[in-house]
Design a protein around this ligand. Structure first.
Ligand SMILES: Cc1cc2nc3c(=O)[nH]c(=O)nc-3n(C[C@H](O)[C@H](O)[C@H](O)COP(=O)(O)O)c2cc1C
Length: 204
């Protein structure tokens, strides 16, 4: 990996000045992906995750980016273990992610492999750190996607929640960045090969 440690502030300075070095751009993208919940906004907090269903059709939905590990090249999301996306990942781990910055002019997209984190320690740490609001999403007894008579029915049976709590880990093998904020639009591609990222500019 070519990612080095870098402060969010330094990354954002480069962001505002424009990029001339692909290495700088790559580090800044990961620094932004890794911005935790707090005063600095993570522009890519909401992502569209696409999986493949049992017939091979792509299925997309919005998910919250919970964590990003630049060194490992991994992104983490929470989901209900019983949801369609988790079932689909278990059958075919190929996924795509797309995120649009709040200004609507910068896009990050990735393709890679997804796995469900089985490390119980990791799951417990994330569960304990999750806010009540997040934990509550996993407590209802109804299976996500199940047909119900009315919305309230889903909340009739309350459970602990942890048993449904899954962490999806996605390791991108390709990452593409597009910036339409400048007169000269910038599009860059980063491909991971045997642990190293190779970069190139692309025509937008
Ligand atoms: C703003 C927003 C954030 C969401 N975040 C998540 C999330 O982090 N994890 C998740 O499983 N679903 C999340 N959802 C719900 C999914 O988009 C989707 O409807 C649900 O997970 C069922 O997807 P599936 O049946 O394809 O598995 C979010 C929806 C919205 C509108």
């Amino acid at each position: 990996m070519i990612v080095r440690g870098r402060s969010i502030a330094a990354a954002l300075v480069s962001w505002n000045m424009g990029f001339f070095m692909l290495d700088d751009l790559f580090q800044t993208i990961w620094a932004q992906l890794a911005i935790p919940v707090g005063p600095v906004r993570n522009p890519y907090r909401l992502m569209q995750l696409s999986t493949l269903d049992e017939q091979g059709w792509p299925v997309s939905r919005t998910v919250v980016l919970r964590d990003a590990d630049a060194r490992a090249g991994a992104l983490y999301f929470y989901a209900d273990r019983r949801s369609a996306k988790c079932t689909q990942i278990a059958v075919d781990p190929r996924v795509a992610l797309t995120a649009l910055s709040p200004c609507g002019l910068t896009q990050v997209r990735m393709e890679g492999l997804a796995t469900l984190v089985e490390d119980i320690g990791h799951r417990r740490r994330c569960w304990s750190a999750a806010r009540d609001k997040t934990q509550a999403l996993f407590r209802h007894g109804a299976v996500p996607g199940q047909v119900i008579e009315s919305p309230e029915v889903a909340y009739e049976r309350i459970q602990g929640g942890f048993e449904h709590f899954a962490i999806i880990c996605i390791e991108p093998r390709a990452l593409e960045w597009l910036d339409l904020t400048r007169p000269v639009q910038q599009r860059a591609r980063f491909l991971r090969h045997e642990g190293l990222w190779q970069s190139s500019w692309l025509a937008p």
